[in-house]
Design a binder for this molecule. Structure first.
Ligand code: GLA
Length: 725
């Protein structure tokens, strides 16, 4: 029992299957009593029984043995006797830096409030309950509200924090995270999605060790190698067994996702805006809100966590106009032509596309200003009528005349050094006045913290979208933010967050003004594959790497958190432009059908047989599109995960199983692939055969895989449920 400091209150925040229990100590500190599967209990105060054996640790409030450092705290402050990493730190005008927020009151209500100026999950009174816990620091004259929402049927918790400054002075926020979770144990594996440009979202997993470990971004965007996702899993956790705690930040800028293991084998998991190069000067009377963290507990392995995130993002984050809307099959001209195109070339590509059954034509980089390479013209968004052989609208009309939708590439956050925009507004870029800013891909980043820059982007995009019949926009961002100083802000450490707020404001206005336009976000591939962007752009381009084999790790990593309907997956030419690999059209198609199918190659160069095969792929995809894009997605367990990858899509009627071998091996017996999560006692007919399997057979014995006769061989099975007689 807690002799020193009794619990005055206990809150059990519960969802359908899970529970997050908090306690308020007499001292006003808030402790995390339990996070996990829903349990029957008779009070959980014993969970934080103080062992008081550790020495050389400060007491709290002069109470002997009341040691905060040995307690799992909801939101630890800086300067108290808990010397692990704090969840926040403020700096006061008199030079002081300690703060001490204690419980003040709480308010529980159905539904959930919006977060000012930031994307966040949504839900009405039917599906979500929120507790706002108010804490106060009377000396600082500040209030902090920790809002935790429980999405009952979704088994999801979300958390964000708001601070309000009631003092007469400005307070500097040096750190204010979104989530802090403490565990009185350290026997976890840490899972992260990491990589680099062209090999994004690879799952990395390792046992926790002493110290701080994790991932963060200082790039001005979430980043190719730093997805704002972190999970702690029990050792031995597999795709389908073991407890998983997954957290994801609805934010697209610099973030931190850390686990800290201290000297007492306790673990502290933290997620939020990266305190590195961050400050916010909170004026008297003002408030600041953090991005929202999404927290998932899954009892049954990584698949369950992934499926929980998928459903939640589809129904409570992604724009409802598109959440369920089938995504068109597209042709993108980038790898087909790069910058080297003219009207006849585009039209012949569109002709082929239409004849193959493709639905959307996307004109990528190079359609505007003096843009013939990546050396110039970003910012000069007037269509290059000479190159396009007429007005953009006339080209769109002609392409639409073939029965295609039309999409356009833009990179609005950037400006080329060689551009009219930069010559006119050299001070619109991110730079510091005394230094020469660095170029990357011959371009600078526009300073989106400036209202005039935001207005400029909103105006030219509004003009573009209102004077052309555009159905889809690929919104790109092709460099990191370096030279992250400011030419106009008094406090340039606010730049990173102000940039993201500016970006969100722009996206908010454009997506509201043009609700029919499907936005796909891209940042040189997956440099910003995060839930912040997903809120505005229901699709994201996961990687510039279009090789089918490279895509296996990228797409299984992305789909661990983000719904497959958010992944753009294209079939490109061989030898592949990134890794020069040759894979069959069938393998490329099976892999691309894991998400939203597209083509990114010169269709006019295909043989008659290849075109026939593509026609068939497209008919098949259209038939099964709802299932492939929105069906329940499950990663399957393979015999050798270094050489194979398999996944299953299912709805109430149909199952599609896809399996890929990387390298062929000689003289091996053929293997089986077992299906998962099927309804009991059902019969399924394997398409193309007369064979009927029971769900037990499919899950326990599995389907027979053909032996790989060549490298990169993929197989696909479709099974239809037979109706009970
Ligand atoms: C980035 C994108 C590509 C393509 C090019 C155009 O690299 O990721 O898909 O749009 O820009 O410059």
């Amino acid at each position: 029992m807690i002799h020193f400091n009794k619990l005055t209150k206990q809150f059990d925040l519960v969802t359908k299957n899970n529970q997050f229990s908090l306690g308020i100590l007499e001292s006003g500190h808030i402790v995390e009593l339990y996070f996990g599967k829903k349990i029957a209990h008779n009070g959980l105060d014993y969970c934080i029984e103080n062992n008081a054996h550790a020495s050389y640790m400060a007491d709290t409030d002069s109470k002997k043995g009341f040691q905060l450092e040995l307690l799992p705290l909801l939101f630890p402050s800086f300067g108290n006797p808990d010397l692990r990493s704090s969840a926040y730190q403020f700096y006061f005008q008199n030079g002081e830096k300690l703060s001490d927020f204690r419980y003040n009151s709480h308010h529980i209500y159905r539904g959930k409030k919006e977060i000012t100026d930031l994307p966040a999950s949504f839900g009405n009174k039917e599906i979500v309950t929120t507790i706002d816990i108010s804490l106060k620091d009377d000396i600082a004259q500040m209030e902090m509200i920790i809002s935790i929402s429980t999405f009952d049927d979704y088994d999801v918790f979300t958390q964000h924090v708001k601070v309000q400054n009631f003092s007469k002075e400005t307070v500097t926020i040096e750190k204010l995270l979104s989530l802090n979770l403490d565990f009185m144990r350290d026997d976890f594996d840490l899972c992260l999605l990491t990589g680099a440009w062209s090999r994004e979202t690879h799952l990395q997993r390792h046992p926790l060790h002493r110290g701080i470990q994790g991932i963060d971004s200082k790039r001005g965007a979430s980043g190719h190698g730093q997805n704002p996702f972190v999970a702690l899993v029990d050792p031995g956790t597999t795709l389908d067994d073991g407890q998983v705690i997954g957290a994801n930040l609805i934010y697209s800028g610099n973030f931190v996702a850390h686990a800290e293991v201290d000297m007492y084998q306790q673990t502290r998991l933290q997620l939020g805006i990266n305190p590195h190069d961050f400050e916010w000067h909170l004026l008297s009377g003002k408030s600041f809100e953090t991005p929202e963290a999404v927290l998932v507990f899954a009892e049954n392995g990584l698949n369950k966590m992934a499926q929980t995130f998928h459903r939640f993002y589809k129904e409570c984050l992604i724009n409802p106009n598109f959440a369920d809307k089938e995504r068109p099959i597209l042709i993108n001209n980038w790898e087909a032509t790069y910058f080297d195109f003219n009207r006849p070339k585009l039209l012949s590509l569109a002709n082929e596309a239409a004849s193959l059954g493709i639905e959307l034509f996307v004109l990528d980089d190079g359609w505007f200003g003096n843009r013939h390479s990546d050396k110039s013209a970003l910012g000069d968004w007037q269509p290059n009528e000479k190159k396009l052989g007429g007005s953009l609208q006339s080209l769109i009309r002609e392409i639409k005349g073939k029965g295609l939708l039309f999409g356009l590439w833009v990179e609005p956050e950037m400006v080329s050094k060689d551009s009219e925009l930069f010559r006119t507004h050299p001070d619109w870029i991110i730079y510091e006045k005394r230094r020469v800013p660095q170029e990357s891909r011959n371009q600078y980043v526009l300073d989106l913290s400036k209202i005039e820059v935001q207005q400029h982007i909103i105006s030219f995009m509004t003009e573009l979208l209102s004077s052309h019949s555009i159905d889809y926009i690929k919104w790109d961002m092709n460099r990191n933010i370096t030279d992250a100083g400011s030419s106009h802000l008094l406090h340039s450490k606010e730049l990173g967050h102000r940039y993201i707020l500016g970006l969100y404001r722009i996206l908010d206005q454009l997506t509201s003004a043009f609700p029919h336009v499907l936005f796909e976000s891209c940042a040189g591939g997956g440099g910003r594959y995060d839930p912040g962007m997903l809120f505005y752009t229901p699709q994201i381009w996961p990687s510039d790497d279009t090789d089918a084999i490279e895509r296996l790790s990228i797409q299984s990593g992305s789909s661990l958190v983000y719904p497959p309907s958010t992944m753009g997956c294209h079939i490109s030419a061989i030898p592949n432009h990134q890794v020069a690999r040759n894979t069959s059209l069938s393998t490329r198609s099976i892999v691309a059908q894991q998400g939203n199918l597209g083509y990114e190659l010169d269709l006019t160069q295909l043989t008659f047989e290849e075109k026939q095969e593509i026609r068939k792929q497209i008919i098949l995809y259209k038939n099964e599109r709802k299932l492939l894009q929105f069906g329940m997605h499950t990663q399957l367990t393979v015999n050798d995960s270094s050489n194979e990858c398999a996944w299953q899509k299912q709805n109430s009627q149909t199952i599609v199983v896809s399996h890929v071998y990387k390298l062929a091996k000689p003289n091996v017996l053929s293997k089986r692939i077992k299906l998962k999560q099927l309804p009991k006692k059902c019969n399924y007919k394997l398409q193309g055969t007369n064979k009927v399997y029971t769900s037990d057979e499919l899950m326990i014995i599995g389907l027979s895989l053909p032996n790989p006769t060549s490298d990169f061989m993929a197989t696909r099975f479709t099974l239809e449920k037979l109706n009970e007689k």
